[in-house]
Design a binder for this molecule. Structure first.
Ligand SMILES: Cc1cc2nc3c(=O)[nH]c(=O)nc-3n(C[C@H](O)[C@H](O)[C@H](O)COP(=O)(O)OP(=O)(O)OC[C@H]3O[C@@H](n4cnc5c(N)ncnc54)[C@H](O)[C@@H]3O)c2cc1C
Length: 392
């Protein structure tokens, strides 16, 4: 059979036909930004484990992706589909870049947008949308990750003030943040607090020696008698449903984002195998290679169809948390499997930073763990199917 013109993995599924023109235009803008401004620097940022977070935040703010799916307060008010597609393009660059945007928009900004007072919204959201202020979201503690209800960070009332004490761990953007949304146990229930990071008693030492998400800032948050006015509490969030509502937003972004990393791996592997001659023949021309590429393409396309269905439900306002779990569990799990399989196709070259594959694979280890581990999402789905909680 004559050689046909190669198609792209997602081109085979014609998924663009399921997406509105305006959303495709946003996707293409973000793709160009990542290709021109981000990809040339990623290997260096990853190797040196340092990113120009402040400059990046401003550029991302100008691009309009910070809190893009929120309405008002300088946010773009796009569809959830457009937000998902933007996450996909950002993570096709690096999961660290998408993490910066997810934490800013879906965790810190969303918490204030959804649960904050009008005063808190006016103070923080326009600057955060513009990338002039960076936010972080402190839920996890050293001993409480999957089980945040056990958190030890406490907020006690002292007159009309709140006084916060405790330690948060693994907090994205922590050391570069201007504002931290911190969740703490009160005498009543778990509450959220908007903490300016220049508050007396607040510090955010960076966590170093990471092997994953190196192009992302990860920190501890230490709250040592941090005194805040009464108005620092998020009035609309009482109990664990407050932080969980934010996590659901960020998880939705990951459903698409992980596919971006997988797509970048697959496209890199296809290009590499076309060029690489083995036993005098293109590696892409071997059946073993084509079976691998076909199987990975199927998983990528199935993940994309799942993501688009979840986005459709979210745009209709009917997306349920257990449905987000379906997407996060499947798409991150398949993305990491694709990254590992693509690495085999590159042989030794696959372990270097000359190609993005090992970087993506390492990043996806974090993505597999944060925003609910795979096991936690399996338990969410299991509970939805059986009506029985197996968490404890
Ligand atoms: C790079 C990075 C960035 C992060 N950024 C943030 C951030 O910005 N803000 C934030 O608050 N947190 C952040 N996190 C923390 C992240 O959300 C937690 O790591 C995650 O929730 C898991 O918690 P843990 O690491 O304590 O693991 P653990 O909860 O200790 O889990 C260990 C293992 O036990 C399993 N397990 C847990 N519960 C059960 C159960 N009921 N049954 C069976 N198995 C179970 C888990 O699936 C896992 O395999 C980040 C983490 C990383 C790695």
């Amino acid at each position: 059979m004559a050689n046909a013109k190669p198609q792209t993995p997602l081109g085979l599924f014609d998924t663009d036909g399921l997406i509105a023109e305006e959303d495709l235009a946003i996707r293409d803008t973000v793709r160009r930004f990542v290709g021109d401004k981000i990809k040339p620097h990623l290997a260096d940022w990853y190797e040196s484990a340092s990113i120009p977070a402040r400059d990046l935040a401003k550029e991302l703010g100008s691009l309009g992706v910070l809190g893009m799916h929120l309405d008002g307060y300088g946010c773009a008010g796009t569809t959830s589909t457009a937000y998902g597609l933007a996450c996909m393009e950002l993570e096709a660059g690096d999961s660290g870049l998408r993490s910066l945007v997810s934490v800013q928009g879906s965790l810190a900004m969303f918490a204030i947008w959804k649960h904050g007072s009008e005063e808190q919204k006016q103070e923080w959201l326009p600057r955060m949308a513009a990338g002039e202020a960076i936010g972080c979201f402190g839920l996890t503690e050293p001993d409480f990750g999957s089980d945040p209800a056990g958190m030890r960070t406490r907020a006690r009332k002292d007159g009309s003030d709140w006084v916060l004490n405790g330690t948060k761990m693994w907090i994205t953007n922590g050391s570069v943040a201007d504002v931290a949304v911190v969740w703490a146990q009160t005498d009543d229930r778990i509450r959220g607090f908007v903490v300016p990071t220049d508050s007396h008693g607040f510090s955010a030492p960076e966590i170093t020696r990471k092997m994953s998400l190196r192009a992302s800032v990860t920190s501890e948050l230490v709250l040592d008698n941090v005194r805040l006015p009464e108005s620092a509490m998020l009035p609309g969030a009482a109990g664990l449903s407050g932080p969980l509502s934010c996590l659901n937003e960020a998880r939705f972004g990951i459903v698409f984002g992980a596919l971006g990393a997988a797509r970048d791996c697959l496209e890199t592997a296809i290009a590499y195998t076309q060029e690489r001659l083995i036993f005098n023949k293109s590696l892409a021309a071997y059946q073993v290679t084509q079976i691998k590429l076909a199987d990975m393409t199927l998983e990528l396309g199935k993940g994309m169809l799942l993501a688009l269905q979840l986005a459709r439900l979210k745009d209709e306002g009917v997306l349920r948390p257990e449905q987000v779990s379906l997407g996060k569990l499947n798409n991150v799990r398949e993305a990491i499997a694709i990254a590992r399989e693509c690495r085999t196709l590159l042989g030794a070259a696959g372990i270097t930073l000359e190609y993005p594959i090992m970087r993506h694979a390492n990043n996806l280890e974090s993505v597999l763990t944060y925003e609910g581990t795979s096991e936690v999402h399996q338990l969410v789905i299991g509970q939805a199917l059986t009506g029985q909680s197996a968490f404890r």
